[in-house]
Design a protein around this ligand. Sequence first.
Ligand code: NAD
Length: 434
Amino acid sequence: MEAMKEMVEQELGELRQTFASGRTRSMKWRKRQLSAIIEMVKEKEDEICKALFQDLGKHPTEAYRDELVKGKVISEPLGTVLIMSSWNLPISLCLDPLIGAISAGSTVMLKPSELSPNASSFLAKTIPTYLDSKAIKVMEGGPDISTVLLQHKWDKIFFTGSQKVGRIVMSAAAQHLTPVTLELGGKCPTILDDRSISGDIKTAVKRISGGKWGFCSGQVCVAVDYLLIEQRFASSLIDMMKQTIKSFYGENPKDSGCISKIVNKNHFFRLSRFLNDPHIKASIVHGGFTDEEKLIDIEPTILLDPPLDSEIMTEEIFGPIFQLLHQLRDIQESVEFVRSRPKPLALYVFTKDNNLKTRILSETSSGSVTFNDVMIQSICEALPFGGVGESGMGRYHGQYSYECFSHEKAVVEGNLAVELEARYPPWTTYKLSF
Ligand code: NAD
């Protein structure tokens, strides 16, 4: 058993290493491997037939049997689906998947988030008055009701939320072999290659700052989480970011009226806990103010190089805290950094260097890559939206939403007017040689 475990680990390690080397991504490699399969099947035909005969008693003629068929694909709705949603965009994160499910022809149970109770009760009250209430239902509540819903068999579960609850949803779905789309979160890295965009650096800093603080105080799955820069650029960047924050919110951000509140006490204390950790406190270079009384206020905050193994660097922030990592001697090292961490939902790269762009596309994996901007990928309906690895599975938006709730059924139309006797035994023309 130990030897077997070791063997599996060794083989798996080699596969991962080969994948990491990037070799399997080249078109040349893929074509070569596919041609090799054709070659193998041709050259080893006899051995294949022999193995099939020995294992299954199959006559070799079966291998050559052909059929006159017409094929097509028709989409059918998956059936009755469960949509569970998050609170940070509480209307659109319910309506977007709902549109996909309805356009595919499915019936829907929609479970909005209990953390945005007003949006949730609006949907529960309003949807039945506009839509067919026998086909689309809204069920309000939190984990209790979700738990009950998840005990049932659905034809699809579409979940938007955290990785932690995503695991609960997926394991409940597995009991019924229900397919899932998981729209999760994680940390979205941003890379700023200041040398190549020096003329546009102000625009870049503004966009990055907007992508951190300008949307629901950073409580967005595709918000900028941390920024990678070269060492020498840190102090001028911090100055520029401070200026940008001032231009957004004035001298007293909390009085600006432009800062969304932290959704509830739990999230407020989660974020405050990050900031109260002595290691993190030492890395604050801007902000850090929290207002426990009002709960809403966590000032736009910048951290410089928090410890890489700290909770704030391993957990999704989902709040107005920004981390600046400046240990890179060369911006190209950012590719390795991103690769060494879980696959993000979104990756943002500010650069005009085509070599860096190519490396990002071919050597990293993420739900999406956006060059020289932030967050716009999620409003481009022509693009699929979804994560990869721990940031999620499945995709939606536009046409992809329809596909997400459909089954593509293969339909074959046989031709009864033509019959090939060679389809059936006895197969006498081919003599067995083994
Ligand atoms: P969450 O996982 O806590 O809650 C999501 C849903 O799961 C809610 O409807 C909630 O009622 C339900 N739920 C909570 N605990 C449960 C449990 N124990 N058992 C069963 N159901 C449970 O997430 P959240 O706080 O609503 O949202 C924040 C997370 O969602 C972040 O990680 C963020 O990145 C992610 N998110 C992702 C996207 C995306 O499109 N990829 C969009 C928004 C938010």
